[in-house]
Every structure is written in C-alpha cells, then in structure tokens.
Design a protein around this ligand. Structure first.
Ligand code: 13P
Length: 254
C-alpha cells in the first residue's frame, strides 16, 4: 500500500520568522501523525529557518522552484544542488502558477525534474488542465502531454523517487475543489499512464496527490478515493489546525 503524502505549498507567503514559527507549531501539533509522510515547501528565503525549526523531526522540507542547471549566470534562480546542500529533500515542478506567470514550458519542467533528481531531490511534478480545457473535453490529452514531456527519458527508478500531483487549474485558490469523482477519474488515468509508460510496479508505487482547494472539510472524501494518495495543499497549509486536520484525514484508512 502506498504511504500517504501530505504536502503544504506555502507559495509566496511567510517570511523567515513567520515560516519558522509555523514550522515549530506544526512540529508540535504533528508530533504523532501515524504513517503519513509530510513535507512543507516554504519560499526559498524561509527554507533555512524552517529546516532549523524542523531539525530532527520527520517533516520534510522542499524548495518550490529550481533551475535546470546547478549553477551559473542565472540571476534570481534557485539551484537544486544548493537546495539539497541546505537540507531540502523535495522540490516542486510544473506548478500551474509557474506555467502561467513565469512562462514555464513542458520542456522546462522536464529539465528541472532531471536537475532535481540528479541533485538527490524528490520532485513533486504537477499537472492539470484549465477550465477551458476541461470544458473542451481535453482533460486527458492535456494531462498526457504534460506527463509525456515532464517524465521524458526518466528510468523507472527515477520515476519511483517522484510523486505526481493532479492540480486542476480551476480548483487552485478558488474554493472550488474537484469532486472526489472528478479527481479519482484523472488519478486513475495518470496511474494507467504510468502503467503503460513504465510498468505495473511503478504505477502501483508512485503516489499521486490531489491539489486544489483541499481543506479540512473535503480532505476525507478526496483521500478516500483509491487512486488519491495524498494532497498538495495551498491556502489551508498556512493554518496549523486546518493542515493538521488534513493530515488526520490522511491517517484514517481508505
Ligand atoms: P489551494 O489549496 O490554495 O487551492 O492551492 C493549491 C495549490 O496550488 C497547491 O500547490
């Protein structure tokens, strides 16, 4: 059985002091969290303080964005190698906000995932359709294209080190989550894609997270779906109580 994974994407919120404080509260509140794996993704400037606040705990820390190369003349970018050196275990790739506001391409996502894996980070690769694409009946073709490119050239072992996240763009930050049925349908499609691209073993092992307006009220139903292995939580991950409740929902059986 796949171990549940709950991730908090703090986006561009919480500077060093408030991020470290939230991490400290989470550490206390989540001292007991069953077999659920937890990771938080602070903004890069807050990563060191969060790592310090979580030192010795089993809550992982990830970086939200890395460049495709480890170092060089790339003003403003983050390096996967440096993030790993700092103590990060995880990274995000392909988030729709990066695609939308920073002109991230499928090829760029692929190259960043490769850079992260080479540096020893575990990527959480995000895919998801816009509302217009859903209304046009293009959900599967969009997700397939994003997966084909993001995981191009990866070995089964590399893929098994990753998690995938289905984040429908229309559900992010809108308060309108995908219904469990809508999410499960896409998650099953993603798992089928993993099966045909790699193997039944890879498909069985890779965790597929749902993201988009997950909160304490809807987490149980979403996490009760057979192919939803966790959540990538935005807004609700900024509140200790809400995030802890989502972790509790993940602790409960399927
Ligand atoms: P919200 O939970 O705020 O909708 O954000 C989801 C998300 O983008 C997580 O990466």
């Amino acid at each position: 059985m796949r171990r549940r994974l709950i991730c908090g994407n703090w986006k561009l919120n919480l500077g060093p002091a408030s991020a470290a404080a939230l991490a400290g509260f989470l550490r206390e509140r989540l001292a007991e969290h069953g077999d659920v794996e937890i990771a938080v993704f602070p903004t890069a400037l807050s990563v060191p303080g969060v790592l310090a606040a979580l030192a010795g705990s089993d809550i992982g820390v990830g970086i939200q964005e890395v460049a495709a190369v480890p170092s060089g003349a790339l003003t403003g970018a983050n390096s996967a190698v440096m993030a790993r050196e700092a103590g990060c275990r995880w990274m995000l790739a392909g988030h729709s906000e990066r695609r939308q506001f920073f002109a991230e391409t499928d090829e760029g996502v692929r190259d960043k995932i490769r850079a992260g894996l080479a540096a020893g980070l575990r990527p959480v690769a995000c895919v998801g359709e816009t509302l217009a694409q859903r209304q046009a009946g293009e959900v599967q073709s969009v997700i397939r294209r994003q997966l084909d490119k993001a995981l191009e050239g990866l070995s089964p072992a590399q893929t098994s080190d990753m998690a995938l996240a289905y984040e429908p763009v229309w559900a992010i930050g809108t308060g309108v989550n995908a219904t469990p049925e809508q999410a499960q349908e896409v998650h099953a499609f993603v798992r089928d894609w993993l099966r045909s691209r790699f193997s039944p073993e890879v498909a069985q092992g890779v965790r597929i997270l749902y993201g988009g307006s997950v909160n304490a009220g809807n987490a149980s139903k979403l996490l009760g779906c057979p192919d939803i292995d966790g959540a990538l939580v935005g807004g609700a991950s900024l509140q200790v109580g809400a995030f802890a409740d989502i972790v509790s929902a993940a602790c409960a059986g399927r």
